[in-house]
Design a protein around this ligand. Structure first.
Ligand SMILES: NC(=O)C1=CN([C@@H]2O[C@H](COP(=O)(O)OP(=O)(O)OC[C@H]3O[C@@H](n4cnc5c(N)ncnc54)[C@H](O)[C@@H]3O)[C@@H](O)[C@H]2O)C=CC1
Ligand SMILES: N[C@@H](Cc1c[nH]c[nH+]1)C(=O)O
Ligand SMILES: [Zn+2]
Length: 430
């Protein structure tokens, strides 16, 4: 049953804490399965990939064309797109590119008063692995959201992995790969694809960073492999928190809640409102919309199992609850969204006002839709150009700089009991 909470109930604090801490997938089961998959791919490489792709995706990897998709096929897919779909993809790509181009960081290089030159240079990683989900739905939008920032950062080798359920590649994903200029597309998904990108196999050369969203298995694989490779953040099953007053159309808010529920049975949609009759209208509208939704099975499972409606005495209570939930997406469907936003500290992305459904951010707004889930917006941010770059700092001293700061370094080295450190400074001070 969808959770119903009222902030005036005696047990509200306990029930809300349960909602916040509820694990939406059996965490330990997923972690154990993923650990086994990673170990098998590390030990047996392509052979393990073949077995898992058959088992989880019903995709037989035998011929080269079962493994990779050529640039030529991507171009053909692009050419074959219906014109309005091609225009929509191009619009999305150009808006995503413009937003991310503005994220490019500046190098620093300056000499301070002590005569010490210092600074940092940003460089792109050499190779990025981009996870494009494709189990239940295909995600050309996620291809653009991954690949465009990587290209903007200046990454040389862009490697997409995406599952091929029952051997069927999605042509719109291929067309998006053509637009973004991806270098390799492997028809492999799940934790096994993430492992291949991290460890490398005979066929798939390893990458330096793996980014992108995916289901619980994909997200857990990235988490476990962090350190072997860089990752962006843990972007698992989608979430939405809608904060809405009674002056909304219940049908609009119902659709917004279902838009994230339809991603995954373990997705989570939550409504906070200050009006109990409005909450009931939204709940009814959800039932009505579910009845005819093509994705009904998934959306219903998510809404019944993980969905929640929270009625508060005043919307001024909402930001504190939102901060505890730290949702991937927060919609503020109220007259003065700005005022609420000022108090929301933890959210992957915020959607302001009644005319800004989250789905606009999924496709065409510009900011990245790859966002932290599972309350990780407390410490993580959405995918950006910086996830494909790293900084190298540098220092240059002359005699003046050494005279100014060398003695303090030598003093600290002696204090740490590291005389060779001290000496490497002192010989230059003489
Ligand atoms: N947080 C974010 O920024 C975003 C999150 N998403 C999320 O991405 C996910 C996409 O999920 P899917 O459609 O499933 O595609 P997916 O590509 O993430 O996962 C499919 C793969 O999961 C693996 N898998 C499935 N069942 C398994 C099992 N029992 N054991 C081991 N591996 C198994 C298979 O290898 C399969 O290839 C959704 O949860 C969606 O909400 C999507 C876009 C953005
Ligand atoms: N809403 C998804 C992204 C998405 C892609 N396509 C549709 N939706 C997320 O979690 O960010
Ligand atoms: Zn979505």
């Amino acid at each position: 049953m969808t959770h119903q909470l009222n902030s005036s109930d005696a047990n509200f604090e306990r029930d809300f804490r349960r909602l916040v801490n509820a694990r939406r997938e059996s965490e330990s089961d997923v972690a154990i399965q993923v650990r086994d998959i990673l170990r098998e791919v590390k030990a047996r490489g392509d052979e393990a990939i073949i077995e898992y792709s058959q088992r989880f995706d019903g995709h037989a990897l035998s011929e080269d064309s079962d493994w990779v998709i050529t640039a030529e096929r991507c171009r053909e897919a692009y050419d074959a797109l219906e014109p309005d779909l091609r225009e929509a993809l191009e619009l999305a790509a150009s808006r995503i590119r413009a937003y991310h181009a503005a994220q490019l960081p500046e190098n620093r290089d300056y000499t301070d008063d002590a005569g010490v030159r210092q600074g940092a240079t940003w460089r792109a990683v050499d190779a990025a692995g981009l996870y494009v989900p494709g189990g239940r739905a295909a995600y050309p939008s996620s291809l653009l959201m991954n690949a465009i920032p990587a290209r903007v950062a200046g990454v040389e080798r862009l490697v997409v992995v995406t599952p091929t359920p029952k051997g069927q590649s999605n042509p719109i994903v291929l067309a998006a790969a053509h637009i973004a200029g991806v270098d390799e597309i492997w028809r492999v998904g799940g934790a096994q694809a993430v492992a291949a990108l991290a460890y490398g196999t005979d066929r798939i050369k390893p990458v330096d960073v793996i980014t992108g969203p995916g289901n619980a298995y994909v997200a857990e694989a990235k988490r476990q492999l962090y350190g072997v490779v860089g990752i962006d953040m843990v972007a698992g099953p989608s979430e939405i928190l809608v904060i809405a007053d009674k002056d909304n159309e219940p049908e609009w808010i119902a659709a917004d809640l279902l838009s994230q529920a339809e991603h995954d049975p373990t997705s989570q949609s939550i409504l906070i409102t200050d009006d109990a009759p409005f909450a009931a209208l939204v709940s009814d509208a959800i039932e009505l919309q579910l009845a005819t939704l093509d994705t009904q099975k998934t959306a219903k499972a998510s809404w019944k199992e993980h969905g929640a409606i929270i009625v508060v005495g005043s919307l001024s209570e909402a930001p504190a609850l939102a901060n505890k939930l730290a949702s991937e997406h927060v919609e503020l469907a109220v007259a003065d969204p700005e005022a609420l936003m000022a108090d929301i500290r933890h959210a992957g992305s915020i959607f302001l006002g009644r005319m800004t459904p989250e789905a606009i951010g999924d496709y065409v707004a510009g900011p990245n839709h790859v966002l932290p889930t599972g309350r990780r917006a407390r410490f993580a941010s959405g995918l950006s150009v910086l996830d494909f770059m790293k900084r190298t700092s540098f220092i240059e001293l002359g005699e003046q700089g050494m005279a100014a700061i060398g003695p303090a370094a030598a003093r600290l080295a002696h204090a740490e009991g590291l005389p060779a450190h001290a000496k490497s400074v002192e010989v230059r001070l003489k």
